[in-house]
Design a protein around this ligand. Structure first.
Ligand code: SF4
Length: 168
């Protein structure tokens, strides 16, 4: 059977879309700080920064943006430059070598911007807390608007929290 025939026979394999989650900043929204600003309208361009991750979080981000979880259908898109980004997606504890680059990327991102701390390491240094090369959590270096807990967070958790940014 041809590849096209297999696709037609199998149909769409993406996870079904869940109901629209609470927007960022809404009281009680999972993974969102109550003081966070409201959603960015419709679509959000994300610049991912690995500040010292073990790459477990990257695997789940890759899965969230792959064909099964298909984060782009909710208006989320990864971009290659902070100059094109609305929000930063930061993973890992921030290492000493990455503290200044993270500050530079934050400064290079146009306002209004959001910072999303992905995973336990980004939130509180996780299993790397106290390590000699660790400068601190993401919130110690730049202001954080959204936190997504987990080691690593699942694609479902990533998408649920990020949909709070797009409001879709
Ligand atoms: S939260 Fe877990 S998976 Fe993510 S960078 Fe830290 S140790 Fe790795």
């Amino acid at each position: 059977m041809s590849v096209l025939g297999k696709i037609i026979r199998t149909g769409r394999v993406a996870e079904p879309a869940l109901p629209v989650p609470p927007v960022a900043g809404a009281a009680g929204a999972a993974g969102v700080r109550p003081a966070a600003p409201g959603p960015l309208a419709g679509s959000v361009q994300l610049r991912h920064i690995d500040a010292g991750s073990c790459n477990g979080c990257e695997l789940e981000i890759g899965s969230a943006f792959g064909p099964v979880y298909d984060a782009e259908r909710y208006g989320l898109r990864l971009v290659a430059s902070p100059r094109h980004a609305d929000a930063l997606l930061v993973t890992g504890p921030v290492t000493r070598n990455m503290a200044d680059p993270l500050r530079a990327v934050f400064d290079a991102t146009p306002n209004p911007k959001r910072v999303v701390a992905v995973g336990d390491c980004a939130m509180n240094c996780g299993v790397f807390a106290g390590g000699h090369g660790v400068e601190g959590a993401v919130g110690d270096i730049v202001p954080v608007d959204v936190e997504i807990p987990g080691c690593p967070p699942t694609p479902e958790a990533l998408i649920a929290a990020l949909r709070g940014l797009t409001g879709r």
